[in-house]
Design a protein around this ligand. Structure first.
Ligand SMILES: [Zn+2]
Length: 190
């Protein structure tokens, strides 16, 4: 990831949330966002034929999402057989590629892999994380000593995504450091 990207992603995610009337607290709505941006979302279950049956599996090896260029724009194909929390994460990942104007032919997500290069994948993952649980939201939760389970419930994401954001967004570290400073300050008064 290029230097400064994480800082940019923080404010970009907040702008994206604002565009659909959301602040830093509460779940992101990738479907409302796609509709606002005029990006059609097609559910695999709505397609016909053997391709559908091949992709439409709930297990980890199945296709979770795809970006399909249409000449003038892009369509997101999503595997609606997967749990909603997983679908929301896939949707945000694909939307992040669009927002970041990544170059793609057809991008297929199966499990954690997309058809795109390493840097673009890392950027899409990071931005989608900020969309799902923004830094400010993670900070509020960390301040309240919230568990990963509570974070997952609050932002409507899987436990794995909640844990990743709470531990890697920097929120818990910032709160710990602040508390350590307060504790030190109190000590020095004695
Ligand atoms: Zn990707």
């Amino acid at each position: 990831m290029r230097r400064g990207f994480k800082t940019e992603a923080k404010s970009l995610a907040m702008e994206l949330r604002e565009e659909i009337g959301l602040d830093a607290q509460g779940p992101f709505d990738p479907y409302a966002f796609a509709s606002e941006y005029g990006i059609p979302v097609v559910q695999l279950s709505s397609l016909d034929g053997p391709a559908r049956d091949h992709f439409l599996k709930a297990d980890g090896s199945a296709l979770s999402g795809a970006l399909i260029p249409t000449g003038t724009g892009v369509i997101i194909l999503e595997n609606d057989a997967q749990p909603l929390a997983r679908r929301r994460t896939t949707m945000c990942h694909e939307l992040a590629h669009v927002v970041l104007e990544h170059e793609f032919g057809v991008s297929l997500s199966d499990g954690r892999k997309c058809g795109l290069g390493g840097v673009q994948e890392a950027e899409a993952d990071w931005l989608s994380g900020e969309m799902l649980i923004p830094y400010e939201g993670a900070l509020r939760l960390a301040r309240a000593n919230a568990t990963d389970e509570l974070a997952a419930r609050d932002f409507d994401v899987s436990l794995a995504v909640a844990r990743w954001r709470m531990n890697h967004s920097g929120a818990r570290k910032v709160i710990e450091r602040t508390r350590a400073k307060w504790a030190e300050g109190r000590m020095s008064y004695r």
